[in-house]
Design a protein around this ligand. Structure first.
Ligand code: NAD
Length: 297
């Protein structure tokens, strides 16, 4: 079976490793030291419960997946004989660049490298890999076993055959492969989602309407199951706040400053971080938008 290496066993790396092993690949998970590996192993083990619940995975299937996985902090050993390396290390340009320079030197010539970066573009690292034609982005969403999007995005120098190979790989591990024809910051999903959430937040902070009315409008008008504020509760208000604060700093526009202040004072400072803490724009587990009559009046 082809050997897949996942670099970085954090939130996403542990999920990618499990998903590939579950679908029959021999997986080596590489992380920086023994402590990080111990944490990665615990994250991978913790995925058994959602795989059982969401995918009806059997104990035998899960045991077989775990048997196909190895953990190492030795990069040279990790990439030996690798067909594909999927990088899921921190979203820091210098860390990723240094990583690509190292594996570029160690990995076999034919090994394909894919980055799971959410905000950085593959062209930023193509040269550092030493094999720009065999490098591209393969971007998963959190909870990949059920939110199974795989956005595949090359840079100008990515070989078309490599691109097609990675699309086929993504499908082989149960993903819906979503090919992009060119580089796009935010890929498809966040290129749509971020402006949509921004627009909703502006309606709210400019006192045009309250969150429930805005969500109701979207849900009734389009038939969507969730409105933007229900989505913001899932994303988490800290993430929403960080994005707005960066925009406020970059643009100095008062509307972003105002929104950042509202999110901080009325939500973050009060521990209302969204669904994860039981309260954000809605309270959980029974948010108002799930009331049978929410859309009726
Ligand atoms: P994380 O912080 O949970 O995990 C990062 C892991 O990388 C840790 O285990 C850490 O020990 C390890 N690491 C640090 N330096 C390393 C190095 N030099 N070599 C190998 N491993 C190293 O991060 P995450 O949330 O899993 O994100 C990883 C990547 O995936 C980022 O590029 C991020 O943009 C992307 N991503 C994250 C999400 C998400 O929802 N968290 C979704 C899609 C994509």
């Amino acid at each position: 079976m082809k050997k897949v290496v996942v670099a970085g066993g954090g939130v996403l790396g542990s999920q990618i490793a499990m998903q590939a092993a579950y679908h029959g690949y021999d997986v080596t998970l590489y992380d920086i030291n023994e402590e990080a590996l111990t944490q990665a192993e615990a994250r991978v083990q913790a995925l058994d419960a959602p795989y059982k619940e969401d995918l009806q995975a059997t104990s035998d299937q899960l045991a077989a997946a775990h048997d196909r996985m190895q953990f190492t902090a030795d990069l040279r050993r990790a990439v030996d004989g690798a067909y594909l390396v999927i990088e899921a290390i921190p979203e820091v340009v210098s860390i990723k660049t240094e990583f690509y320079e190292s594996i570029g030197a160690y990995a076999p010539e034919e090994t394909i490298f894919a980055t799971n970066s959410s905000t950085l573009l593959p062209s930023q690292f193509a040269e550092a890999t030493g094999r720009p034609d065999r490098f591209l982005a393969l971007h998963f969403a959190n909870s990949i076993w059920k939110n199974n999007t795989a956005e595949v995005m090359g840079h100008e120098g990515t070989d078309e055959a490599v691109f097609d190979e990675v699309v086929a790989f993504a499908r082989s591990i149960g993903m819906i492969a979503l090919p992009l024809h060119k580089e796009q910051p935010g890929y498809i999903l966040n290129s749509l989602l971020v402006p949509f959430l921004d627009a909703a937040e502006m309606l709210y902070v400019n006192d045009v309407a309250d969150p429930e009315t805005i969500d109701k409008t979207w849900m009734i008008g389009t038939g969507a199951p969730l409105g933007p504020f229900a989505i913001l509760d899932i994303v988490g208000l800290e993430t929403a706040y960080n994005i707005v604060r960066m925009k406020a700093e970059a643009t100095k526009e008062p509307k972003f400053e105002k929104l950042a202040t509202v999110l901080k004072e009325q939500f973050i400072d009060q521990g209302k971080l969204g669904r994860a803490t039981g309260e954000g724009f809605y309270t959980y587990p029974n948010p108002r938008f799930l009331d049978p009559d929410f859309l009726k009046k």
